[in-house]
Design a protein around this ligand. Structure first.
Ligand code: C2E
Ligand code: MG
Ligand code: MG
Length: 558
């Protein structure tokens, strides 16, 4: 470590300030989920012509001891304002800046007034400034500092608690003061072993429980980032992303690198999403915002171990976060990972996700927790969704999948089997159709003794012959149109559900024609489209209503 005479610092400080040797360097803060810059911390650097670049560790304590630190801090604030305006003039995206204050600043002057005056001079809003304070600032005189912080909050400043965990009374400080962000120093944890991981998880968990955002500083490795992301730490800062840079270097970095600065209009959105506690056994019930308040009528009681955050932007769907349990569940549905699922959603016609889409739309519209059962790729699953934040046309959906696991729930599996059969028994006839290959695959179930020859001939012939033999003459033309599967597919894609349904008079085993409900259901399997052709008897009331509808002679295909 560099050594420098205390006297040298005191003697040269004023002229160093005047000559501009002391400057703010900037280190970006990264939003964990998006990896965009969400703010920047200003750190003091003294570029001395004789001594070289001096680190704050060398001069901060000397300045504090000699009651000079407030001068430094106000100079750094001026630097920030200057850089802020430079960004503005260059048309670069704006973001907030953090400034570090010393507890001694508050002894020297009315900080709120001093800061507000400088901001006014440079026309910079208070919302562009985050105040970083270490816990030592608040060790004594709680009531006094609480008032001060309240007045800063009222004026629009956010307050960050720096170096959380380094002192003796962090928990007391958390209890007594309202902070916006907790900065956790990764350097306190010499390794990232199991104990450190447990401590960090608990800190993030606790911060979310009391509604404080979390930021990890001193992040140096990919491993740390992966872990911090898993536990839901919202923001990251450290050498892994960038060292502190001079103002010129920072502007160069913004202009030339492909890093993106978070749009101001989206900061509230990400802040709301950041409050989701990925570690909670019941995250859905802790998510609330002005747009989407907690709804205690639809409480999800069991813990959704799987959790994903899915961004919906018109037709575009993007997984912003998913925990291991969620990935495990979607693997059971046949997707390797969320990327594969994203591309399936992007490439498959919307009709295949109709039921899910309907659920999502309901979630977005109501903001309520919606829970529904679905069936896909031979798996039944319960899907829980709740919209948690929105910005413009973009929505963030928290989602949980729980596949129906027969080994864990043998009883429900058995009941399901039993009652599905009973349900099937309410149909007269079900055949499975492979339209792409122009054939009927199988007769799944039938109470009506149709001729077996339909099964052996090509589909296009079978449907004409079926119309001829089994459908009342006056309805044959409509039936042939109804079973034109190209037409069916187009029609289904336009409509709200994957079923086309009309009444027809079908020949019974006794040779008489009876009005029945006929459905064509589009399903999809790995090999391609499959249709179910289903006939069901109707109650007397339903028959009467169907006959009325037929009499009206309206176009049934609208
Ligand atoms: P801090 O506010 O906790 O700032 C973070 C320190 O960690 C900075 O050191 C930064 O350069 C360093 N750092 C950031 N990322 C990494 C990393 O990945 N690995 C490692 N090893 N270090 C990293 P710096 O700039 O030397 O500042 C030291 C402390 O001095 C600051 O700690 C802050 O408490 C104080 N300080 C700095 N500038 C000012 C200022 O303008 N005013 C006041 N009052 N204090 C300041
Ligand atoms: Mg700091
Ligand atoms: Mg710190």
């Amino acid at each position: 470590m560099q050594h420098i005479d205390e006297q040298y610092i005191i003697e040269n400080f004023d002229s160093a300030l005047e000559k501009g040797y002391i400057k703010a360097y900037y280190q970006p803060v990264i939003r964990t989920l998006t990896e965009q810059i969400c703010s920047v911390e200003a750190l003091a650097r003294w570029q001395d012509p004789e001594m070289g670049l001096l680190s704050p560790y060398l001069f901060i304590s000397v300045l504090e001891k000699n009651r000079l630190i407030h001068k430094l801090d106000m100079m750094i604030l001026e630097n920030i304002c200057y850089t802020y305006n430079e960004l503005r003039e260059k048309g670069l995206p704006l973001h907030p800046f953090s400034i570090n204050l010393s507890r001694l600043d508050f002894n020297e002057m009315d900080m709120l007034k001093a800061i507000s005056d400088i901001l006014e001079k440079y026309n910079v809003p208070a919302t562009a400034i985050h105040i970083e304070i270490t816990e030592s600032v608040m060790l004594d005189n709680t009531a006094y500092f609480r008032r001060i912080f309240d007045s800063f909050h009222e004026a629009g400043f956010a307050i960050f608690m720096d170096d959380f965990g380094s002192g003796y009374s962090s928990l007391n400080v958390l209890k007594d003061y309202s902070f916006d962000v907790l900065k956790i120093d990764m350097r306190f944890l010499s390794d990232i072993g199991i104990r450190s991981k447990k401590i960090l998880s608990s800190v993030v968990n606790m911060a979310k429980a009391i509604g404080i955002h979390t930021l990890a500083e001193g992040v140096e490795t990919k491993e740390q980032i992966t872990f911090l992301r898993t536990i839901g730490c919202e923001m990251l800062q450290g050498y892994y992303y960038s060292k502190p840079m001079s103002s010129e270097m920072y502007i160069e970095y913004l202009t030339t690198s492909d890093i993106i600065v978070e749009a101001r209009s989206e900061s509230d959105y990400w802040d709301t999403i950041g409050k989701v506690n990925f570690l909670s056994p019941d995250p859905f019930n802790e998510i609330s915002s002005d747009d989407f308040p907690i709804d205690d009528t639809s409480v999800l009681r069991e813990s959704p171990t799987s959790l994903a955050l899915i961004e919906i932007d018109g037709k575009k769907v993007k997984f912003q976060y998913s925990n291991k349990a969620y990935i495990d569940e979607i693997k059971k549905l046949g997707y390797k990972n969320t990327d594969e699922m994203e591309s399936a959603i992007a490439n498959m016609p919307i009709v295949y996700f109709k039921n899910i889409n309907e659920q999502i739309e309901l979630s977005l519209k109501t903001g309520k927790l919606i829970k529904k059962d679905h069936y896909a790729n031979d798996i039944y699953f319960t899907y829980s969704t709740k919209c948690i934040a929105k910005t413009g046309n973009k929505y963030m959906l928290a989602a949980s999948i729980k596949t129906f696991d027969p080994s864990r729930n043998a009883n429900r599996e058995q009941m399901f089997e039993k009652y599905s059969r009973i349900l099937i028994d309410t149909y007269d006839h079900i055949t499975v159709i492979d339209h792409d290959n122009n054939r009927i695959i199988t007769r799944l179930y039938s109470k009506i003794g149709f001729k077996n020859e339909y099964l052996t001939m090509p589909l296009d012939k079978a449907r004409l012959l079926f119309a001829e033999n089994e459908v009342i003459e006056s309805e044959r033309e409509r039936f042939i149109k109804f079973t034109d599967f190209d037409f069916v597919k187009k029609h289904i894609e336009k409509s709200e559900n994957s079923i086309l349904q009309q009444p027809f008079h079908i020949r019974n085993q006794d040779g008489k024609f009876l009005i029945k409900d006929i459905r064509i259901i589009l399903t999809t399997v790995e090999e391609g489209d499959r249709f179910l052709f289903v006939i069901q008897s109707m109650s007397h009331t339903a028959q009467r209503m169907a006959l009325e509808a037929l009499k009206e002679d309206t176009d049934m295909f609208i």
